[in-house]
Write a protein that binds this ligand. Structure first.
Ligand code: MV4
Length: 445
């Protein structure tokens, strides 16, 4: 096992990883920017190194400085968390060259799955269902139009380097197609320096269902059930839950088996997520694979009774999976609400500032992952998520009642947050009935 791990991240996920390391008897090194001198992760780690200015490009995204900090402190491994360098294959290559264990999959796998068009091909070859569309990457509108006519409009035009909605456009007619293709491609070139595109049939009112998977270095893969992440606003998840009300036990098994098949096809190692779109006929399609631990991993931990961060560390150190598929059962129901420093009445504009008073509820079945404290000043340079409230209870309605109670008790003063917005979702009739699609928030709020 590792003696010392460097955490290449900040905020609540850095704190979550530091705690897992401490529970395992592993020393921790935090890296922090000049804006994060007073941050909780900086204070909680055994050692902390300032790696540069507030601007993430010069600190949390600066590969050379992070690798240097790892070498200087004698850490043997880097945990990247999510965001920042977590899916950067060049960073993983650099770690490999410097003999530092990257807690995650290999550079090759990250690269392969990060290329969404190539990921589609890999999955098609492995008999994983994908959305009908292009089989090869395309670079020109004319090529795409041929395929679009075959599969029928409307179609989604997607950037191969995209994900999370960037470089993505809907085209409803062939007249619209050319213009939408050009804009999506231009966006992709600007954002990723890549003009590779692919086309998919448009799935109407889908649900976003993702499966957590975990794999070791010896080809063992398990799936830990699904999370329903259909409640999103502009591709930002707002509320996640497990299990999904949309799945029967039979469909869960079928999608879970498919997720394992997908992970094996990718030669996967570590924690990962297989994202599916589920349509109204309950047909499901592979959409993307995320090669990192995700923000919402806690809801899976609550219903499966596992610790995914510890398991990530163990498999990165070369241990066999401690989880067996037959031992993994989803018990009860978990919900997560993301608390953001943002103003819903001003188009969810970020509202950083000083938290003058913070009261965090606790109690039976309540988990709060946060790096905020009374007196903490949220810097304006990073994302606006300040806490994840997670509840666990015997069934969905009990979990909803518990989350209402917790949000009612939660006090965050000095800044504007989305707490009331989350509460309104928990009171919505369609939400209560489980009628949630990816259009829910746009339609209801
Ligand atoms: C789609 C789709 C419908 N059909 N692809 C949005 C983010 C990116 N990862 C993929 N996305 C979508 N792809 C096809 N072929 C609808 C969406 C989509 C969506 C997906 C999941 C969660 C929320 C969403 C909100 C709008 C659109």
């Amino acid at each position: 096992m590792f003696d010392k791990i460097l955490i290449a991240n900040r905020g609540e996920i850095a704190v979550r990883i530091i705690r897992a390391c401490r529970e395992m008897g592993i020393q921790t090194v935090a890296v922090y920017s000049e804006a994060d001198r007073e941050a909780l992760h900086t204070q909680l780690a055994d050692e902390a190194i300032c790696i540069g200015p507030a601007n993430a490009a010069e600190s949390y995204l600066n590969m050379e400085r992070i690798v240097s900090a790892t070498i200087v402190t004698g850490a043997q491994a880097i945990h990247p968390g999510f965001g920042f360098l977590s899916e950067n294959s060049r960073f993983v290559e650099m770690c490999e060259k410097c003999n530092i264990a990257f807690i995650g999959p290999s550079a090759e796998v990250i690269q392969k799955m990060g290329n969404k068009s190539e990921a589609r091909s890999t999955m098609m070859k492995a008999n994983v269902p994908v959305v009908p569309g292009t089989k090869e990457p395309i670079f020109e509108a004319a090529q795409g139009l041929e395929i679009a006519k075959e599969i029928g409009f409307p179609v989604m035009i997607k950037a191969s380097s995209g994900g999370g909605g960037k470089g993505m456009r809907l085209a409803s007619t062939k007249e619209e197609f050319e213009k939408m293709f050009e804009t999506a491609q231009m966006e992709s070139v600007a954002a990723f320096g890549d003009n590779t595109m692919y086309i998919e049939k448009y799935i109407e009112q889908p649900r976003h269902i993702e499966f957590q998977i975990m794999a070791d270095k010896y080809g063992n893969v398990v799936q830990l059930g699904e999370r329903d992440c259909s409640l999103q606003r502009r591709h930002q998840k707002v509320l996640e839950e497990s299990p999904s009300v949309a799945l029967t036990e039979e469909l869960r098994k079928k999608m879970g088996d498919t997720a394992v098949l997908a992970a094996k096809a990718a030669n996967y190692e570590g924690a990962g997520t297989i994202e599916f779109l589920l349509d109204k006929n309950k047909d499901f399609y592979f959409m993307e694979m995320n090669t990192r631990i995700q923000v919402e991993h806690g809801v899976t931990e609550l219903v499966t009774g596992t610790d995914l961060i510890k398991e990530q560390i163990r498999v990165a150190a070369g241990e066999k999976l401690s989880l067996k598929q037959e031992d993994i059962v989803l018990r009860g129901h978990a919900i997560e609400c993301r608390i953001n420093a943002e103003d819903p009445s001003r188009n969810f504009m970020p509202c950083p500032g000083k938290i003058t008073q913070l009261h965090i509820p606790g109690g039976n079945g309540v988990r709060v992952d946060t790096a905020a404290y009374t007196g903490y000043e949220i810097p304006p340079y990073y994302d606006s998520m300040i806490a994840k409230i997670q509840v666990y209870d015997k069934d969905r309605m009990s979990a909803i009642m518990k989350m209402r109670s917790v949000l009612g008790e939660l006090i965050v003063e000095g800044i504007v947050t989305n707490i009331d917005f989350e509460y309104d979702i928990l009171m919505n009739e369609d939400f209560l009935a489980g009628n949630i699609t990816t259009q829910f928030i746009e339609e209801n709020f």
